[in-house]
Ligand binder design. Structure first.
Ligand code: AMP
Length: 577
């Protein structure tokens, strides 16, 4: 195991460690099965060193004993205080690296000595050097420092021989980077990079927190912004709601006994819709799109020259990002490899390549088709009732569960027809309809009554569909057994039978045709015409076979006739070619 080179993503918010084993990258999980280690270091009340989750948990309460986002200080002379002592940034990073190394050693059952560590493409020499030193302090030989977008490109295109131009869109917790990368023959080069190292998913959380504080003020007349415990709870709930909204149209933000107002407890209970949330974060997303154009400009490229867009960083799970990228580039970005893990996996691929292992791009289980429903919408500038609305897009890793809100279109509408399709056409009727059902008994509400459609697809291709009236919880569900095959089992059996009988029919038909008297006569006369030009041996064989056919015909011996006839056909065919 001493030759193993691990891959490490030393991130601002989180860090991960991986190796390449049995032809694929493997993430190392800690004792609790967690593969993501928060990049936070702290000291407990009793002076015990805390790394990761425990350190992060105490940050809100004991910021003086906790250090986070040390990556932002790498390459500077800053000193950070932890308990009684001051530390250099590389020393704090070394603590995170040591913990990662410990996790890997535990899993491998042996020492880990060498590593590839990733850094952002914009890191200066001083920042790279500090990262190298952090590795050395942690007892690791840093065999190479590679750029994060390079690692991401390796994940998807490790053995790429044709030249490809790739845009890596990386939105993490606290930083955003976009890089234009060229890959050819397994060699990756970052051509340009742009971003904002103060923008990330944490800003999205802050927007939700601000919204909650406003709600508390308006509805309960309280302000809790000076109460760290309450703020920590709101922040946690806000992040959970944000993640929920990546797969669902609504999220509830609930915290009981959040504060006390006039001696009475304040319970937070607020619903946030995806639409409201998207309006809050839209300016951030637009800023990232602006950065893409800057990066493309520096690389002297237009958007049409980009071959692939790769999504990196946990915040790229936000559907609005994907949607805006599709609108801008007219193509689906790729995000099938977990965006939190792909940088560490790419570093592991680089490590394996350096250790002399042949490597390939990563394969994951994804849906080969898009699944969705139909709704009234616009198609080619006309109102059309069967516009396809994708819910689980093609290439989404499975298992997956997604839901979307749909709305009744007429006042007092008490039922909806739900059709489920598989395919990519904007006209749902041109896709494959794989299921349909009806929800009756909706409450008589004005148009715009939300019905939540929920799709859950598992690895066996079983699709569970439910439609629920949001207001009442009234629900209807169906299960589609073979959602991922174009044919269901009955159709497959039927098709197999049809094709099989075609073949049988063909053989029998051909046999019957060849055995008729006139066909035999034609064969015999053809054979006679070949006698002249044939060599001695062939001539003798043709005569023998003509004789055998005549004998068998007169004696009525069907199988002898068939055999002689086939031999004669083969011989004539051979002589002609
Ligand atoms: P990273 O630094 O790459 O680990 O990204 C962390 C950021 O991604 C944090 O802001 C997370 O809240 C965010 N994130 C993780 N999962 C999701 C999700 N399902 N939807 C939206 N943001 C997410």
């Amino acid at each position: 195991m001493t030759d193993t080179i691990v891959g490490i993503d030393l991130g601002t918010t989180n860090s991960e460690i991986a190796i390449y084993q049995d032809g694929r990258p493997l993430m190392f999980a800690d004792e609790r099965g967690q593969v993501v280690l928060p990049s936070v270091v702290g000291l407990s009340e009793t002076g015990e060193l805390l790394v990761g989750e425990e350190a992060r948990n105490q940050f809100m309460l004991y910021p003086e004993r906790t250090v986070r986002s040390i990556k932002r200080r790498m390459g500077t002379d800053a000193r950070v205080r932890l308990g009684e002592r001051d530390y250099a940034p590389q020393e704090i990073s070394a603590i995170i690296l040591s913990r990662l190394k410990e996790i890997a050693q535990l899993r491998l059952g042996g020492p880990v000595r060498r590593a590839v560590i990733t850094v952002p493409a914009y890191f200066s020499d001083a920042q790279r050097q500090a990262t190298r030193e952090a590795g050395e302090i942690a007892g690791l030989e840093v065999v190479r420092i590679i750029n994060e977008p390079t690692a991401a490109a390796l994940i998807y295109e490790a053995a790429q021989h044709q030249g490809k131009c790739i845009l890596v869109y990386d939105l993490g917790g606290g930083t955003f980077d976009v890089s234009v990368v060229r890959i050819e023959g397994g060699v990756v080069e970052v051509i340009s990079s742009h971003g904002n190292n103060q923008l990330g998913g944490d800003d999205f959380d802050e927007k939700i927190v601000a919204h909650v504080l406003e709600h508390l003020k308006l509805k309960h007349g309280v302000s809790v912004s000076d109460q760290p415990q309450a703020m920590a709870r709101i922040l946690r709930s806000a992040e959970a709601a944000k993640k929920h909204l990546s797969d669902h149209p609504y999220a509830r933000i609930e915290e009981e006994y959040l504060a006390v107002n006039d001696g009475k407890p304040v319970n937070l209970d607020l619903e946030l819709s995806r639409d409201e949330y998207e309006a809050m974060i839209m300016p951030f997303i637009e800023e990232t799109l602006g950065a893409i154009h800057v990066a493309l400009g520096s690389a002297d490229l237009t958007s049409s020259q980009v071959d692939e867009i790769l999504l990196v960083g946990g915040a790229t799970r936000t559907p609005l990002i994907r949607r805006r990228l599709i609108e801008t580039f007219g193509r689906e970005p790729r995000g099938e490899v977990d965006p939190d893990l792909c940088v560490a996996m790419g570093a592991a691929i680089q490590g394996a390549a350096m250790a002399g292992t042949e490597v390939s791009a990563v394969l994951v289980d994804v849906t080969p088709y898009t699944f969705g429903t139909s709704a009234l919408g616009e198609l080619d500038d006309d109102l059309y009732p069967y516009c396809f609305v994708p819910i689980i897009p093609k290439n989404t890793p499975i298992p997956v569960r997604r839901s979307e809100a749909f709305y009744t279109v007429i006042d007092g509408q008490t039922s909806v027809e739900v059709r489920i399709y598989q395919g990519e056409n904007r006209d749902a009727e041109k896709n494959v309809k794989i299921g349909e059902f009806r929800v009756d008994g909706l409450s008589k509400a004005p148009a715009g009554n939300p019905v939540i459609l929920d799709l859950a697809l598992d690895r066996d291709g079983i699709l569970q569909v439910s439609a629920r009236e949001k207001k009442t919880g009234l629900e209807q569900r169906i299960t589609i057994e073979k959602a991922m095959s174009r044919y269901d089992q009955a159709q497959l059996d039927e098709a197999r039978e049809r094709i099989g009988s075609l073949f049988e029919g063909r053989e029998e038909g051909a046999e019957a045709q060849a055995a008729t008297g006139s066909a035999l006569d034609a064969l015999l006369s053809k054979a006679s015409t070949r006698l002249d030009g044939a060599g001695e041996e062939d001539r003798a064989e043709i005569i023998d076979l003509i004789e055998s056919i005549r004998d068998a015909r007169s004696s009525g011996d069907g199988s002898a006739l068939k055999e002689a006839r086939q031999q004669l056909q083969d011989l004539l065919f051979f002589l002609e070619t």
